[in-house]
Design a protein. Structure first.
Length: 263
């Protein structure tokens, strides 16, 4: 877990929620120092089956991940947060806001959708991944394959230089954990269920060259929650391929929402 809440700093802390197969540190390594420099408190943790988080265990739903987040907030005695969710972290944050709107002061959501089964391709991919989870629990595979970021490493000199650390961090996420999470993602669907979140300030960061989460589904999410939209001309790997650009977009979204909060 990460807990950076200096004494005397006003306003709700940012809750950092990472993406599928990622970890808190990989997803937000460029963001956290910028939050510190800006004097913005934050907390974060690795989700089930990921990084240094708890084992995935039995099958679960995305709503259960939101309950995990609430448990973390309760552990730290935090009443209200500004959620920052990337990819899978977006759905977790949306479920958190729907279940406990009084605990969410605002949201910054990046590279996320209201459902990941809106096209034949996506339905097929997630069905295959979720169906493989039982095999992984029997011991097939031990870590996520390095091929996941193969193209990214070839395209980004910055990621290539940082790759040994990223690879080590990714290896903490087991195949079993990732595929059990895939089952939850494949069942997630909040289309036409988020109108109440229009009362919460939201910034949506749309990755316009995303080959994992289609930009049109990201814009669908932004439209249904009434979000302010910021666009990055990047693929889904932007937090590690262009970390400075990702951090700037997140800080801009967080700062804009904090400026609008009363007090």
């Amino acid at each position: 877990m990460r807990d950076h809440r200096p004494a005397g700093v006003a306003g709700p802390p940012v809750l950092l929620l990472h993406g599928w197969t990622w970890s808190l540190d990989v997803n937000y390594f460029a963001v956290m120092p910028e939050l510190v420099a800006a004097g913005i408190p934050f907390v974060g943790f690795d989700q089930r089956g990921h990084g240094r988080g708890l084992p995935a265990g039995r099958p679960f739903e995305v709503a259960d991940l939101a309950a995990d987040a609430v448990a973390v907030l309760d552990h730290f005695g935090i009443a209200r947060v500004l959620v920052c969710g990337y990819s899978l972290g977006g759905p977790v944050g949306l479920h958190l806001a729907l279940a406990h709107p009084e605990r969410v002061a605002g949201m910054v959501i990046a590279g996320a959708a209201l459902s990941y089964r809106q096209s034949l391709r996506d339905r097929t991919v997630w069905r295959v991944l979720s169906g493989a989870a039982p095999l992984a629990r029997l011991g097939v595979g031990s870590s996520m394959p390095a091929r996941y970021f193969g193209a990214s490493r070839r395209a980004s000199a910055e990621l290539a230089q940082r790759w040994p650390w990223v690879r080590e961090e990714l290896a903490r996420t087991t195949v079993s954990g990732a595929l059990t999470m895939a089952r939850a993602v494949s069942r997630y669907d909040l289309r036409d269920r988020v109108a109440s979140l229009r009362d919460i300030p939201v910034t949506a960061i749309v990755t316009t060259c995303d080959t994992v989460c289609a930009p049109r589904w990201q814009r669908q999410l932004a439209g249904q929650v009434g979000a302010r939209t910021v666009e990055l001309p990047d693929d889904h790997d932007v937090p590690v391929a262009r970390p400075d650009a990702f951090a700037a977009a997140v800080l801009g979204g967080v700062g804009g929402i904090r400026d609008r909060l009363p007090g």
